[in-house]
Ligand binder design. Structure first.
Ligand SMILES: Cc1cc2nc3c(=O)[nH]c(=O)nc-3n(C[C@H](O)[C@H](O)[C@H](O)COP(=O)(O)OP(=O)(O)OC[C@H]3O[C@@H](n4cnc5c(N)ncnc54)[C@H](O)[C@@H]3O)c2cc1C
Length: 387
């Protein structure tokens, strides 16, 4: 087995997508050859505004958005192919990932015409990056309990409170924050929440980095002290934030990033094992690939549902729960193979060992970020009418 044989093929996809897949592979190969795209030595999305701008120049950010907002009017499956290829190759897509996947679509669906015109073309050019401001120090799974407040003032709102675990807040331009702008109605804890665009260089915003146990600084605590935002910065209708956030979740939970986080590690293992891994290792590797292909089919079906304008939150929860647990299993299995297979004993494999070391520290996050496994299983049970 060689690394090139690991490329994911899906005969059921329309054949024209293979041309696009080849185009992305050609881009990655050319970038690698030119030295502009080093192989990653850690799992997790690398962050490079330069790489994001080069990806944007190929038309691969905002792919499904209307042309009048800088998009390219391509299909969700075309976008899927591009993101899948970039992730499988370990390309640092972090600088545009959240804006392309989530913030842009939210603005497209709920934003004002002025917000769409001002922000979407710049996102599609790779010039503007966003972060997600949902979790708080005491509100994660129980998001409706959040306490960051927006108080009505002349011409807008005054924001006070804190967001936590905000990925990339220290290096992006905007947050779309979920804040409480009105007391919740009796019997409806999710009412009174509003999504607000906050420019992160506004007076009163303090961004405090948090270093993760992987040894990188990806996320932050963001504190708001009397931050003024104008009425023009409200996304959608005040008080309707919960429904808007719920609509985001299908985008957040079902994409290839929910099953490909440790793929580079597996690819590196296969390359290191060469054409003759032990029978036991070959069996384990084959089993993981079989499972990856099954999760991929689920994830792809959800991309088709999104394309059809549906909001498949239940299906996306299934994809994320199964996909992220598999991502963790890949790390465990690779570690077991590297420790147990005589082929690897004393072998000089710095790339594999570096990826494995970071993956072991990163893996717990796979089933936490974007909603924990326990919460997802609750969503699934509710969706099936079991609770
Ligand atoms: C790498 C990473 C990046 C992140 N990036 C962002 C970001 O950019 N923006 C953002 O807003 N957030 C971000 N988060 C935060 C993430 O969304 C939260 O960590 C997650 O929703 C869980 O919330 P919590 O940490 O408060 O844990 P808690 O909600 O306190 O949960 C603790 C434990 O209790 C369990 N639990 C809680 N409630 C229940 C229940 N009702 N039934 C059963 N079990 C339950 C949970 O499953 C979990 O195991 C990120 C997290 C990570 C790890």
């Amino acid at each position: 087995m060689t690394v090139s044989s690991l490329h994911l093929e899906l005969p059921a996809l329309p054949s024209e997508l293979m041309a696009l897949r080849r185009e992305v592979r050609g881009f990655v190969a050319a970038e690698r050859a030119a030295g502009g795209l080093p192989y990653p030595d850690k799992v997790g999305l690398g962050f490079s505004p330069e790489v994001s701008r080069r990806i944007a120049a190929r038309g691969w950010i905002g792919m499904t958005w209307p042309r009048r907002y800088g998009g390219h009017e391509r299909t969700a499956l075309e976008r899927y192919v591009v993101t899948e290829e970039l992730l499988a190759a370990g390309v640092p897509v972090g600088a545009h990932w959240i804006s392309d996947r989530q913030s842009g679509p939210v603005l497209l669906k709920f934003g004002t015409e002025a917000q769409k015109q001002a922000l979407l073309p710049r996102i599609a050019r790779g010039e503007l990056a966003f972060c997600i401001g949902m979790s708080e120090p005491d509100s994660g799974s129980d998001l409706a309990s959040l306490r960051t407040s927006g108080t009505r003032v002349d011409g807008g709102w005054r924001i006070n409170g804190a967001k936590l675990w905000t990925t990339n807040a220290h290096r992006v331009d905007y947050m779309i924050a979920l804040v409480r702008t009105a007391r919740a109605d009796e019997g409806n804890r999710q009412s009174g929440l509003t999504q607000i665009l906050i420019k992160l260089d506004s007076p009163g915003v303090a961004i405090r980095p948090i270093r993760s146990m992987v040894g990188v600084q990806d996320f932050n605590e963001v504190v708001f002290q009397d931050v003024f935002v104008s009425d023009a910065d409200v996304v959608g209708q005040p008080g309707h934030g919960w429904n808007q956030v719920s609509a985001e979740l299908a985008y957040e939970r079902s994409g290839p990033e929910r099953w490909l986080s440790s793929f580079r590690l597996l690819a590196e293992l296969v390359q290191a094992a060469g054409p003759r891994p032990s029978d036991a290792s070959a069996m384990e590797i084959g089993r993981l690939f079989g499972q990856l292909m099954a999760v991929r089919q689920i994830s792809l079906s959800i991309a088709s549902m999104l394309q059809a304008g549906k909001t498949p939150n239940l299906e996306a929860s299934i994809a994320k729960d199964i996909g992220t647990r598999l991502e963790q299993e890949i790390v465990r299995t690779v570690r077991n193979i590297v420790h147990a297979d005589a082929l690897f004993e004393g072998a000089d494999l710095p790339a594999l060992r570096a990826l494995l070391a970071s993956a072991q520290r990163y893996a717990p996050a796979f089933t936490i970020r974007g909603g924990t496994g326990e919460i997802l299983r609750g969503v699934i049970a509710r969706g099936l009418g079991l609770r």
